[in-house]
Design a protein. Sequence first.
Length: 298
Amino acid sequence: MWADQILQGVLLGGYYALLACGLSFMFGVMRIINLAHGSIAVLSAYLVLTVAAQWNVSPFLALIVVLPVMALAGWLLQRTVIDRSLRSGEVTPLLSTFGLAIVIDNLLFEKFGADTRSLAPNVGDLAFNSWNIGSVAIGQLALLTLVVAVALLGGLHLFLRGTRLGRAIRATAQDADTAELVGIDSRAVYAVAAAIALVTVAIAGTFLALRSSFDPYAGSTQLIFAFEAVVIGGTGSLWGTLIGGIVLGVAQNIGSQISPQGFLIAGHGVFLAVLAARFFLAGRDPRVWLRTLRRTPA
């Protein structure tokens, strides 16, 4: 039983890592926590749902249409909201993205109503089928989610390490002022990073719609899970995000076996334990602790 719960937790962690990827990437580059992250994931889910229904195509084909739209939205978000907010201090981007989340949630409610939706019927048996190995069941969709998460994180890692633009993003994340001195346009780099982040959010939103139901106000819950995975794994670390998601998923699944309420309590407990440990190891100085979180994307 425990082996199966751990395996299911690892598979669930793949979704959390996929969800947290964009949040970690944006913080690693621009040093902001995008509080609209969960709402944007839900917005992406609705966009994929709308395209799939309008054109009668697979959600995966609909996602191909939505990805460039979300990339453009990320570029515009950085140029119109985040860039201006960053000039006013560290708190202003939090307030700006929080306000953006409220706007998105209410616009979705106005457009689609309070009914829950799902893309699971659009993929047929993939949403429910599994491979059974003894007493262990491996869900096909859950495994696909984990594979996509690893591929996305690995692709971003190679992009940051092996391309000129990727190295420019890493340099800007490390020290934007110094990067400007060697000819890197930090504002353009930030816009590209925001576009990449929202592309990953669109992918996560699609898998959210495939694996469960969602409604216009589901974004806050997704934001919490993504934030916990990021903090557990280390903010700005791509592979750390995968580890954080898996740790969170395993903790939740094991907790659910102990108590009906243990699913959420165990996940929050692990998050708080990691947070306390980092605070303690940083010498109990919040400013030092914040600096330990700020890693360059890798």
